[in-house]
Design a protein around this ligand. Sequence first.
Ligand code: B4P
Length: 190
Amino acid sequence: MKNIVLFGPPGAGKGTQAEFLKTKFNLFHISTGDVFRFNIKNSTPLGLLAKSFMDKGDLVPDEVTINMLNEVVRNNLDSNGFIFDGFPRTNNQAEALDKLMAENDSTISAMIALEVDDEVLISRLLERGKTSGRVDDSTKDIIQNRISEYYKKTAILKNFYTKKNRYFGVNGEGSVKVITDRLSSVIESL
Ligand code: B4P
């Protein structure tokens, strides 16, 4: 089983790349952002709760996110492996993911990080905001808050996986195809 954590700041291209990689490597794609957005669209209690955090560009609390992720993984244990997109985003989430993998006699094969300059992130997300209808893409202030949440709470996870020799950094700037090729080389080497 290959289990990949696709990592990087908001707008780095995790969701974009996961769409190609899941088909190429026959992996089950879990985007915590997409699961939250699905719940918001359907006005579930989870969606209403998540919306209050996401619209400001804040992270959704760990307990809620971890329980949701555990449920999606447990329902798809017959897959070939997982691409985790947007999870883990905090130390608690990384520890919970290790525990979940161990319970299922599995492990995280690699964290692959898309490295992109902040200015490029901001311009990508503002561009998407013109058509996405996403509140969290709508203003530079909210996008800046998402990036600052990333540096405060998420970026440290590089150390978590580096200590396990499972961290791989990839240049996340360039065409979508070139970046897919860079990520594929890492996955093939695992
Ligand atoms: P997410 O849904 O995870 O997504 P994202 O930050 O928007 O980034 P992603 O990297 O997937 O960008 P994308 O490919 O779409 O998070 C949204 C929110 O959900 C968080 O702020 C948080 O509130 C909540 N949340 C999610 N997971 C959580 C967790 N674990 N814990 C707590 N809260 C959580 O690309 C962005 C844009 O760039 C697109 O328009 C794309 O077309 C463009 N693009 C991509 N690659 C490009 C390239 N190579 N060149 C040019 N443009 C490119």
